[in-house]
Design a protein around this ligand. Sequence first.
Ligand SMILES: *Cc1c(COP(=O)(O)O)cnc(C)c1O
Ligand SMILES: [Zn+2]
Length: 445
Amino acid sequence: MQTANKKCINPDCGLTFDISTGNYLCTCGYLLDVQYHNLPKRELIDRFYERRDHGGNIYDESGVWRFRDLINFVNIDCEDFTQCASYLVSLDGSEGRLSKPYKMSKVAEYADIDIDSLLLQPEGYNPSGSFKDNGMSTAVTHAKMLKIRNLICASTGNTSASAAMYAANERMSCSVYIPKGEVAPGKLGQAFQFGAHVIEVNGNFDVALFTSLKAARENGGYTVNSVNPFRIEGQKTMIYRVLESLDWSPPDWIFYPGGALGNTASCGKCLMELYKWGWIKKIPRLVVVNSEGANSFYELVNGHFEGKKLSWNNGRPDLIMINRYYEFNDARGKVPKTQATAIQIGRPANIIKALRALDFTNGLVVQVNDREMADGMSIVGLNGFDCEMASGAVPAAVKKLRQEEVIEKDDVVVGILTGRQKDPQLVVNYHLDSNNRFANPPSKA
Ligand SMILES: *Cc1c(COP(=O)(O)O)cnc(C)c1O
Ligand SMILES: [Zn+2]
């Protein structure tokens, strides 16, 4: 008997699909959730901790699969190593292994928050260098379950790096659609190195996603973008690791940069489940950080378009308004433009799930500009951690919300640093320009 299925998130529909089907959309057009039928026992918390002493078992070593009992859509006996080895896709236990929350004193000083209150989790310390590996290991596990061997995605760079890495490791093929000229060289280089078939699209990420989804439908490829509900499942483990480090006592706030809003969707689902199971009593408030140059979610949620705030509205968000907003932007030629290319997205594919997450967590959407993100990235560097510009949105937004006194100095704040630096020229340029706040230019001999 199956222990999980897929379920439409539209409350007026609620259609379910067998776990072994490949569709990511319901017939009504909404996205799907993976839904589990069993109620996990709270004693698992001790088991997860014990597994950190992994004794060479890569499924215990992996920061994703250590929590496999909570994402067991394959329906295996989680204590049976042979079953894990036959079904679970892992890059030798490395996904999520090193990423856990760290205190960063200089970032805390910069944002004017207590040093012990701020925890930042560098997801760049994943094998392909971004949080995407958390969800890619689970999505590729599902592809393997369906015996589909050609992965396909659109990407601002990190999804393609991750998909190509897992594909190479599993001897699968991988096609990646990228917006031409808009991908950081370090990310593009990874796609080439891992043997992916790279297809350049004339247009932005939104066009690339549209093109890749069409290609997947026509050629039977397995889509590994965050519209895939199995990506969302793996990304929940980021929050499990955060909570584990806090003895499962939730923080006051969780910050993410927002692009396609897969993380936002995943965090919301994760917290909804933990709350329903009674594992957490308090719900942290989610903060999604847009770049000013790619701020669709910010504008829609905060009522900057037509003066009406877009909301989840019990599962009946104003989809017509979202479309009017996109058409309005197209008509005036507004395209997403930011140096933080990882979040240079105009039509966030997970917007409805993200609205649900904001609703459940009483969340906020804020925006920061390129200069603020570059400073945020650089102050993380001064703590000896490495992150890219999109991740710099997190410290920048913590600072902003402290200034606005939305968060208190001693609130517990968790921020996800989504990816490692893969655009070294951007960093060098920052440091050569002494106008920049944390510029560290070389001196002459
Ligand atoms: C993909 C990505 C994002 C955007 O995440 P979403 O889940 O699409 O909102 C942010 N930062 C980095 C480094 C990324 O690779
Ligand atoms: Zn439906």
